[in-house]
Design a protein around this ligand. Structure first.
Ligand SMILES: Cc1cc2nc3c(=O)[nH]c(=O)nc-3n(C[C@H](O)[C@H](O)[C@H](O)COP(=O)(O)OP(=O)(O)OC[C@H]3O[C@@H](n4cnc5c(N)ncnc54)[C@H](O)[C@@H]3O)c2cc1C
Ligand SMILES: NC(=O)c1ccc[n+]([C@@H]2O[C@H](COP(=O)([O-])OP(=O)(O)OC[C@H]3O[C@@H](n4cnc5c(N)ncnc54)[C@H](O)[C@@H]3O)[C@@H](O)[C@H]2O)c1
Length: 454
C-alpha cells in the first residue's frame, strides 16, 4: 500500500502531524500498537496531574486549621474514586484522538506494531506500507535497572491502576516521576520512602533548589535516602525488604510496594531501524538535525525517541518544527527552543534556560536576581511560603539566561520569563513593567530592580 506519509506512534507529535498532513491533502498511514495518545494522555501527564489535583484536595482539607477552617470528622481517601475520575479524563482524551484519526478520510489507522523493512517500507501485522516520508514518534518507556527486575515492582503505568492505597511505598529515583508520585501517595495516606543514588534530589537544578525540595518533602514526612548505594531487595509474599548503604552505613527498610522511577529509555530497539540507514546515539536515541531529520533525510524522528526533549511540550514543538518546515515553508529549528519544564510537586518547580552550574561552565559573566517566597506577599497571604525565585541575566547584554521558580504558582508565573526570552528582550523590559497586586508575578519586576553579580 502506498502513502504520502507513514507515522509510527500516536504521541504528542504524531497525532497533530497526521491531522496537518491530511489537511494539506496528503494520504497518511498512522500506526499505533498501544493506546491512542501515547504516554502523556494514558500514563503520563493527564493521569498524574489528575492524581496531583486529588492529593492537593486531601492536603488542603487536612491542613486548614491555621486558616481558621476546621473540618470535623474523618477525612477519607478513596483511591478507587480517584482512579475512576482519572480513567474518565484519560478515556475522553484517548477516545477523542482515536475518533479524530478514524474519521479523517485522508488518514488510514493501523493498529499493531510497526517495523521498518527498509528506508521506504514499514510492515504492520501482515501489511506492507510504503511512503515518501516516514515519521517516527515511538516515545519512551520506564527504565528497569537489573537489580530490581525480579521484584514485584511498579512503574508509572501500573501505579495508576492501583485501587488500594499502599501501606509503605518505596520509590527508587528522586526525579520528576519519583517526586510527583511520592507526594501524591503520601497525601493519599501511604508511608513513603525515596531512595536515590545521587547526592541530591532533582540534581539538574541549583543546589539550593534541591535542598528546598528536600525540605518540602521532609515537612510532609516523606523519608528521603540520598547517596543510596548497592540497593537490593528481597521479595517475600507481601513485602520487599530493601538493604542499601549510605556513606558506608548499612540501612534496611521494608516496603509494601516498590515504584521504579529511574528514568526512561527510548522505544527504538525493536522497530527495525537496523534495516535502515537511521543512526542511533550511545543511549539508543535517534540522532536528528535541527529540522528533526534523521541520517536518512526523508525519515524524521519526533518526541522522546530523539533525546532532544522528554516532555509533552517538546514533542509538540517537534511537530511544529516539522510542520512549519514541510508544509508552511516557515523555517523553524530545534535550536530556537529554550528548554523549559515544571515538576508538579506542591509547590511546583518551574525552570527555563540555564541554571548557575551551566552559566559557570560556559564562563558567562552573569547576574542573579532572587527572592525567597517568604518575601512574597501573596505567598504569605496564602500561607504557602516554601521555595524561592531566581532569574539569571547576562551581564554584558542584559538578556535573560534562565530562571528557576520553586513556589506557589511557579508553573504559571515562569511563563513571564519564557516569553521575555523568546522575545529576546532585555530584563529591564520586565523590570519596568507594572504587574498586578497581589500576585506572585508582581515580585518579578521588584526582584529585577537589584540583580547581584554571580
Ligand atoms: C509519569 C509521567 C508523567 C509525565 N508528566 C509530564 C508532564 O506533566 N508534563 C510534560 O510535559 N511531560 C510529562 N511527561 C513526559 C511526557 O509524557 C512525554 O514526554 C510525552 O508523552 C512525549 O511523548 P512522545 O510524543 O514522544 O511519545 P508517546 O506519547 O510516548 O507515544 C509514543 C506512541 O508510540 C507507540 N509505539 C511505540 N512503538 C511503536 C511501534 N513499533 N509501532 C506502533 N506504535 C508504536 C506507543 O504505543 C505510543 O502510543 C510525563 C511522563 C511520565 C512517564
Ligand atoms: N512534570 C513533568 O514534566 C514530568 C513528570 C514525570 C516525568 N516526566 C518525564 O519523564 C522522564 C523520566 O522521569 P524520571 O523521574 O523517571 O527520571 P529522572 O531522570 O528525572 O530521575 C531518575 C532518578 O533516578 C535515580 N536513579 C536512576 N537509577 C537509579 C538506581 N539504579 N538506583 C538509585 N537511583 C537511581 C537518578 O539518580 C535520578 O535522580 C523525565 O525526564 C521527564 O522528562 C516529566
Amino acid at each position: 500500500m502506498k502513502f504520502d506519509a507513514i507515522i509510527i506512534g500516536t504521541g504528542q507529535a504524531g497525532t497533530p502531524l497526521a491531522a496537518s498532513l491530511a489537511k494539506n491533502g496528503q494520504k497518511v498511514a498512522i500506526i499505533e500498537k498501544g493506546d491512542f495518545g501515547g504516554t502523556c494522555v494514558n500514563t503520563g501527564c493527564t493521569p498524574t496531574k489528575a492524581y496531583v489535583a486529588s492529593a492537593r484536595r486531601v492536603f488542603v482539607t487536612k491542613n486548614s486549621q491555621e486558616h481558621g477552617v476546621t473540618i470535623a470528622g474523618e477525612i477519607k481517601v478513596n483511591l478507587r474514586a480517584i482512579k475512576r475520575r482519572k480513567d474518565k479524563l484519560v478515556e475522553k482524551s484517548s477516545e477523542g484522538i482515536r475518533k479524530m484519526l478514524k474519521d479523517n478520510e485522508q488518514i488510514q489507522v493501523f493498529k499493531g506494531e510497526a517495523k521498518f523493512k527498509d528506508d521506504h517500507t514499514v510492515t504492520v501485522n501482515n501489511e506492507t506500507l510504503q511512503a515518501e516520508k516516514i515519521f517516527i514518534n515511538t516515545g519512551s518507556r520506564p527504565n528497569i535497572p537489573s537489580p530490581f527486575k525480579n521484584l514485584n515492582y511498579h512503574t508509572n503505568e501500573t501505579m495508576l491502576e492501583l485501587e488500594e492505597i499502599p501501606e509503605h511505598l518505596v520509590i527508587i529515583g528522586g526525579g520528576y516521576v519519583g517526586l510527583e508520585f511520592a507526594q501524591m501517595f503520601r497525601r493519599f495516606g501511604s508511608k513513603v520512602s525515596i531512595l536515590d543514588r545521587g547526592e541530591r534530589l532533582m540534581k539538574q537544578e541549583d543546589e539550593d533548589i534541591s535542598e528546598a525540595i528536600f525540605q518540602i518533602l521532609e515537612d510532609e514526612d516523606i523519608q528521603v535516602y540520598l547517596n543510596s548505594e548497592n540497593i537490593a531487595g528481597a521479595q517475600s509474599k507481601k513485602t520487599i525488604e530493601f538493604s542499601f548503604n549510605v556513606h558506608g552505613a548499612e540501612k534496611k527498610i521494608e516496603g509494601s510496594h516498590l515504584l521504579l522511577a529511574t528514568g526512561r529509555v527510548p522505544n527504538t530497539a525493536n522497530i527495525g531501524l537496523e534495516n535502515t540507514g537511521v543512526h542511533l546515539d550511545k543511549k539508543g536515541y535517534i540522532k536528528v538535525n535541527n529540522e528533526l531529520q534523521t541520517s536518512v533525510p526523508h525519515i524524521y524522528a519526533l518526541g522522546d525517541c530523539n533525546g532532544e526533549g522528554a516532555f509533552t511540550h517538546t514533542s509538540y514543538n517537534d511537530f511544529e518544527i516539522v510542520d512549519s518546515n514541510l508544509l508552511q515553508h516557515k523555517k523553524r529549528s530545534l535550536s530556537d527552543r529554550f528548554p523549559c519544564y515544571a515538576a508538579f510537586i506542591d509547590p511546583p518547580l518551574a525552570r527555563v534556560g540555564m541554571n548557575e552550574a551551566e552559566i559557570k561552565e560556559k564562563g558567562i559573566k552573569a547576574k542573579l536576581a532572587s527572592r525567597p517566597m517568604t518575601k512574597v506577599a501573596r505567598a504569605q497571604e496564602m500561607g504557602e511560603t516554601s521555595g524561592m525565585m531566581k532569574i539569571y541575566i547576562e551581564a554584558d547584554t542584559d538578556k535573560i539566561l534562565g530562571a528557576t521558580f520553586l513556589g506557589t504558582g511557579a508553573d504559571e508565573v515562569i511563563h513571564a520569563i519564557i516569553d521575555a526570552m523568546y522575545a529576546g528582550t532585555p530584563y529591564t523590559t520586565i523590570r519596568d513593567a507594572v504587574h498586578i497586586h497581589p500576585t506572585v508575578s508582581e515580585l518579578i519586576p521588584t526582584m529585577l530592580e537589584s540583580p547581584e553579580d554571580l
